[in-house]
Ligand binder design. Structure first.
Ligand code: B4P
Length: 185
């Protein structure tokens, strides 16, 4: 099964990704986690990414696509995977399609987390990660609206988008996602 988790920052992609990984034992690729690991290791890439992430912007497509391509070519992803936080731009989505077509592994399902921005602001301010200040969250939501939200229509047009209400109990949301994934398995 090849899954994409799509949604605004703080909509719960990372939280639900953990539940999905435990339930289906599927490999998980989070571009946010990969970038934070580069920052923590103080690599060249990490130093470039840190300033952008702290400002609420998106790291350049070539950096993110390079990280993804490296993993998708690995045999451990051949049976399926879940992408969390990627793609985030139309150009990332088109490049992903091209990569997966070449590998003969099309995306099966895109789960879109629908959560209102007021709730997101409260959640992220409560979390206190380096990029969770009020100003940065506003910027991240603006960037999401301009660059990532268009992917909802992109995947709707392909016919594989399913929407999940992302507000409510974490376990209840997970059960809803499992129901959807069981239908496409
Ligand atoms: P990400 O790591 O992807 O982080 P996110 O969008 O902020 O979080 P997510 O939606 O996973 O929320 P979470 O479950 O953690 O990105 C960070 C940065 O990396 C980006 O801003 C960007 O700069 C860069 N980046 C990443 N991918 C990129 C790409 N493809 N291209 C370019 N740049 C990229 O949940 C948030 C909080 O809500 C948590 O505290 C959680 O406990 C809480 N929560 C979750 N579900 C809840 C629920 N149901 N009820 C109440 N609280 C809940």
């Amino acid at each position: 099964m090849r899954i994409i988790l799509l949604g605004a920052p703080g909509s719960g992609k990372g939280t639900q990704a953990e539940k999905i990984v435990n339930h289906y034992k599927i490999p998980h690729i989070s571009t946010g986690d990969l970038l934070r690991a580069e920052v923590a290791a103080d690599t060249d890439l990490g130093r470039k990414a840190k300033a952008i992430m702290d400002g609420g912007g998106l790291v350049s497509d070539d950096i993110v696509l390079g990280m993804i391509a490296k993993r998708l070519e690995d045999d451990s992803y051949a049976e399926g995977f879940m992408l969390d936080g990627f793609p985030r731009t139309l150009s990332q989505a088109q490049s992903l399609d091209a990569m997966l077509t070449q590998l003969g592994q099309p995306v099966d399902i895109v789960i879109f987390f629908d959560v209102d921005y007021g709730e997101i602001m409260q959640r992220l301010l409560a979390r206190k990660r380096a990029d969770d200040t009020e100003e940065t969250i506003r910027k991240r939501l603006e960037v999401y609206e301009a660059q990532t939200a268009p992917l909802i229509d992109y995947y709707k047009a392909k016919g594989n988008l399913r929407t999940v209400q992302g507000a409510g109990e974490v376990d209840a949301i997970a059960q809803h996602i499992f129901q959807i994934l069981d239908e496409v398995r």
